[in-house]
Design a protein around this ligand. Structure first.
Ligand code: BV8
Length: 260
């Protein structure tokens, strides 16, 4: 049953009974912070698509071009602030005993909103990694003095510490996410087109494991017909109302007279 907008009491009660909750987010959760999504109309940069630049091959053939794209994104993110969707997810974590946030996003906005331990499946745009020594470096929220940056100890190229297309996800991140999806009672899938694998398999893993799976998106996605409910709306509007309804429902349950 799809609820075209708004949040039904039946849905809230179903979610409020979940002991183990997983939230999976994609670029749509950051779009109300002004960060373009990957496959939306403004998902291009200088006529390049993400799949053109977010690859080891693109980096090898033109590391400066790839770094200019990441510089452009990092500056945009530095100027952005978390939106009510990020804040609602951080609030939801505080109200749950067993909670995991899994994100495909690399922008770091969940942590800035107060989420304590987001599992970053695709890495983080605020870190660089030496292509030779694999050492990590923190990147500033100001433009880098040289592009492409080089490792201070060995002089090799530094790359963004993100997962490019064709690269494996960090095993510990994916394994933790897969286990949580297999074990959860409910999963909220927020702002993802569910096209990029293997992240897009997680809602199906949850569903096949018996979880109640709800997506929040401005449009239907590749998984809408495979999960329980789709809330059509902007995450920055739907999530705050969903999270406050959940809190009210849980509070009401706790104040109910206990039947002996
Ligand atoms: C791997 C980091 C194997 C970099 C990213 C052919 C068919 C199928 C699969 C493949 C194929 N060819 C290759 C593959 C595999 C490939 C893949 O899935 N490709 C896709 C494009 C088909 N996957 C990979 O390559 C992965 N690696 O498979 O490795 C392997 C194994 C062992 C050894 C060697 C190799 C790696 C994938 C990771 C790529 N890196 N990001 C960077 O950011 O620079 S992916 C990138 O896409 C971002 O992380 C992004 O988060 C992610 C997913 O996109 P979404 O988040 O869903 O964003 P999108 O724009 O698509 O959608 C936004 C949604 O939000 C929309 O639905 C929109 O309606 C909604 N929305 C908008 N506004 C709002 C909203 N919703 C709510 N409220 C709003 N306000």
């Amino acid at each position: 049953m799809d609820s075209p907008s708004g949040v039904t009491q039946e849905l809230v009660e179903r979610l409020s009974r979940a002991d183990r909750l997983v939230v999976l987010t994609g670029a749509g959760v950051s779009s109300e912070s002004g960060i373009p999504t990957f496959r939306g109309r403004n998902g291009l940069w200088e006529n390049y698509g993400a799949e053109d630049l977010a690859t080891w091959e693109a980096f090898q053939s033109d590391p400066e071009l790839v770094w200019r794209w990441y510089e452009y994104r990092r500056q945009m993110i530095a100027d952005a602030t978390p939106n009510p969707a990020h804040t609602a997810i951080a609030d939801l974590e505080k109200s749950c005993d067993d909670f995991m946030l899994v994100t495909q996003n690399v922008d770091g906005l969940h942590a800035r909103a107060g989420s304590t331990n987001p599992i970053e499946l695709h890495g983080n745009i605020w870190r660089g990694r030496c292509t030779k020594e694999q050492t990590l470096v923190d990147l500033p929220d100001t433009p880098l003095s040289e592009l492409p940056p080089r490792c201070k100890s060995c002089g090799a190229l530094i790359r963004p510490d993100v997962v490019w297309f064709g690269e494996p996800l960090p095993p510990e991140a994916y394994d933790a996410s897969y286990d949580a999806a297999s074990d959860c009672d409910a999963m909220l899938v927020v702002g993802t087109s569910a096209l990029v694998r293997p992240a897009s398999s997680l809602p199906l893993v949850a569903k096949h494991s018996g979880a109640f799976v709800v997506e929040v998106n401005t449009e239907y996605t590749a998984i809408s017909v495979l999960i329980d409910t789709t809330l059509i709306g902007r995450a920055g509007e739907v999530l705050p109302s969903l999270v406050s309804a959940l809190a009210e429902t849980r509070a009401a349950v706790q104040t109910e007279p206990q039947t002996t």
